[in-house]
Design a protein around this ligand. Structure first.
Ligand code: GRF
Length: 197
């Protein structure tokens, strides 16, 4: 029997990207991986409800709990790799060094544009509109010690349309790029990890 990669998804908010991963699991698109753990940096977020509905254990780890608590959970659930899906905490260099090419992040722009420290959520789309770019998109990359600086795995371009607001642009980037790219990257890495074990 094929051994599936065991995936932890780290969230902080609505969890639409988590939902895309759960949907991919249900449809069979995520064939080589299995989401077995969800961790939120904030209590009461909708992402946790999505996890519960899918039967995936969910935990809340506030920042003051530190990374040791996170490491403990990852070990307990025998996690092979981590997906940051809207996780609003920067992981320490010591943490990222322990998980080389084993942490994925989704960023809502075409890196290296509109990325780095402080560039998250609507701010990314505000910056893209302020600069007047006609094309933006999303990027899935490996996480290292530099915020949004790790190796790029997948990117997809999305058009900016006249009259866009940060909110309409955010929605289009999610629908046309993020929700497609993240499951695709998760399957790609799962396949690589599953072959190793
Ligand atoms: C997404 O825009 C993602 O690119 C960014 O944070 C947002 C998370 O949204 N990293 P959701 O919680 O998945 O709905």
């Amino acid at each position: 029997m094929l051994k599936k990669a065991r995936i932890a998804v780290l969230v902080s908010g609505g969890g639409t990207n988590l939902q895309a991963l759960l949907d991919a699991q249900r449809s069979g698109a995520l064939a080589h991986g299995e989401i077995v753990l969800t961790v939120s940096s904030r209590p009461g977020v909708y992402a946790l409800e999505r996890a519960e509905r899918a039967g995936v254990p969910g935990f809340v780890l506030p920042a003051e709990d530190g990374e040791a608590a996170l490491e403990e959970l990852l070990a307990r659930f025998e996690i092979d790799f981590i997906i940051l899906a809207g996780f609003l905490r920067i992981l320490s260099p010591a943490f990222t060094a322990r998980w080389p090419r084993r942490i994925l992040n989704i960023h809502p722009s075409l890196i290296p544009s509109f990325c780095g420290k402080g560039m998250y959520g609507l701010r990314v789309h505000e910056a893209a509109l302020a600069r007047g770019v006609k094309v933006t998109g999303a990027t899935v990359h490996f996480v290292n010690e530099i915020p949004d600086g790790g190796e790029i795995l997948l990117q997809k371009a999305v058009e900016v349309l006249p009259g866009d607001t940060p909110e309409t642009l955010q929605r289009r980037v999610m629908e046309q790029a993020e929700w497609l790219l993240l499951p695709q990257a998760a399957e790609q890495l799962s396949r690589a990890v599953a072959q190793e074990v």
